[in-house]
Design a protein around this ligand. Structure first.
Ligand SMILES: *[C@@H]1O[C@H](CO)[C@@H](O)[C@H](O)[C@H]1NC(C)=O
Ligand SMILES: *[C@@H]1O[C@H](CO)[C@@H](O)[C@H](O)[C@H]1NC(C)=O
Length: 416
């Protein structure tokens, strides 16, 4: 008992040193440049490095769908709509497909929401197939590569596997017609059938104005050590907590619900965004995908993200050195989270805070209207530009066919 108390006090002291130290130093020191594995690329200007042709599709593939449900503009998969709008007025857009490096098909496959606002992916495969059929018969460019110089935005839970249940998504696999295309998606997990090589992982959409409205003065002390708000159990589908976020959230709750270093709860306070700006560490138990807005919020509010998600592929991971910015904790190590976080040296914390303070880091996480240099739209374009030139081998010989138009579940072959 006594031993426990002493250890406990020790942790508390360490925590407050970290917190105030971070305030005094972190907030007044210059920010640090972000250099990813692809070099210093976050501030790159994609203009002049690639040209994108935007197919013109009948409005039933995009605008009409949005008219039916304007909530699609604010849910976390809205990047699919904003990316379209951005490209239409972007200087990288070309109206001459002959000079295009990349082809983009504006099809809003996540904009079919339940009354509760959850996207239903059941029609998505047929809709996507219909759009591809259309572009491949009206323009010669799809057949030239069977999609290898085309990109699609597919921000579903499991990307182009088009199902929200992992088991079903794995069973389906990536839509066969998209197997050669580049997918821009929020889903990112290594060695998973729903993430193919060469995909671009993007952050989920989080409303920038809403977050900016809650900024508090820079000098506010970070007096909370660890912060998290969200569900620990998916009571309806998974009361035992083994499946939801692969048990990581349940483990956080069971181990730390009574630990004063941990400010964790399911209640979502009105001061949520302000609280993140008062915290040193923000937990991101992402389960199997970075589509939870937690990560974006942590970055915007300068709270070091503690990423609990084995094998995750985080947004723009070739441009952002997430290992240096965040803290990665293996799912199996969640019970030791307190020791892991309290033993990180203050200078390491300060460096992470400096990297997070870099405006280009925050910019890269957002899809603002209108777009701004270095934002997530630009990072997608930078990612596409880095893939150029296309290998000669992706251009098929006359009459050569690789894709199988009748592969996949028969239900997907029905007209849309
Ligand atoms: C592309 O190939 C398909 C057959 O796979 C064909 O039906 C279609 O007409 C071709 N498109 C063009 C523009 O030639
Ligand atoms: C295409 O897929 C269908 C359905 O899986 C299969 O029956 C057919 O043999 C495949 N065609 C080729 C050429 O592989």
């Amino acid at each position: 008992m006594d031993f426990w108390k002493v250890g406990f006090l020790g942790l508390l002291c360490a925590a407050s040193v970290f917190a105030t130290g971070a305030v005094e130093l972190g907030r007044h020191q210059p920010t640090e440049r972000i250099s990813g594995s692809a070099g210093d690329v976050l501030e790159d200007d994609p203009v002049g490095r690639l040209k994108v042709f935007v197919y013109e599709l009948p409005s039933k593939y995009n605008k009409k769908i949005l008219q039916k449900d304007p909530r699609c503009l604010t849910h976390m998969f809205a990047a699919e709509i904003f990316m379209h709008r951005f490209l239409l007025s972007s200087p990288v857009r070309t109206l001459n497909p002959e000079e295009a490096d990349w082809f983009y098909t504006p099809v809003y496959t996540t904009c079919d929401l339940t009354p509760n606002g959850l996207p239903l992916p059941f029609k998505s495969p047929r809709m996507m197939r219909s759009a591809i059929q259309l572009i491949s018969s009206n323009w010669p460019y799809w057949n030239r590569t069977e999609g290898a110089d085309h990109f699609f935005v597919t921000p579903h839970d499991f990307g182009a596997c088009f199902h929200y249940q992992e088991e079903k998504a794995i069973e389906r696999g990536i839509l066969p017609l998209l197997q050669r295309a580049t997918l821009v998606q929020t889903f990112g997990q290594r060695n998973h059938v729903c993430l193919k090589e060469g995909s671009i992982t993007i952050p989920p959409y989080a409303p920038p104005q809403k977050m900016h409205a809650h900024l508090i003065p820079d000098k506010t002390p970070r007096s909370i050590f660890v912060y998290f708000r969200g569900l620990f159990y998916d009571v309806g589908n998974d009361p035992e907590g083994g499946y939801y976020a692969r048990g990581a959230r349940a483990a956080v709750w069971e181990n730390f619900k009574n630990n004063p270093l941990f400010d964790i709860s399911t209640e979502h306070p009105t001061t949520y965004y302000e609280d993140m700006q008062r915290a040193v560490f923000c937990l991101c138990p992402l389960g199997w995908a970075p589509w939870s807005p937690r990560l974006v919020e942590a970055v915007i509010f300068g709270c070091i993200p503690v990423i609990i998600a084995d094998d995750i592929v985080l947004p723009f991971a070739d441009a952002i050195p997430w290992e240096e910015i965040g803290v990665f904790v293996d799912e199996k190590d969640v019970p030791q989270l307190d020791t892991i976080l309290t033993s990180i040296p203050p200078e390491v914390i300060l460096r992470k805070q400096r990297l997070l303070a870099n405006p280009s880091m925050k910019q890269a996480m957002l899809f603002p209207q209108p777009a701004q240099p270095g934002d997530a739209f630009h990072q997608v374009l930078n990612g596409l530009a880095r893939k150029l030139p296309h290998e000669k081998s992706v251009f098929l010989k006359a009459g050569e066919k690789v894709l199988n138009w009748t592969a996949g579940p028969v239900g997907d072959l029905k007209p849309w």
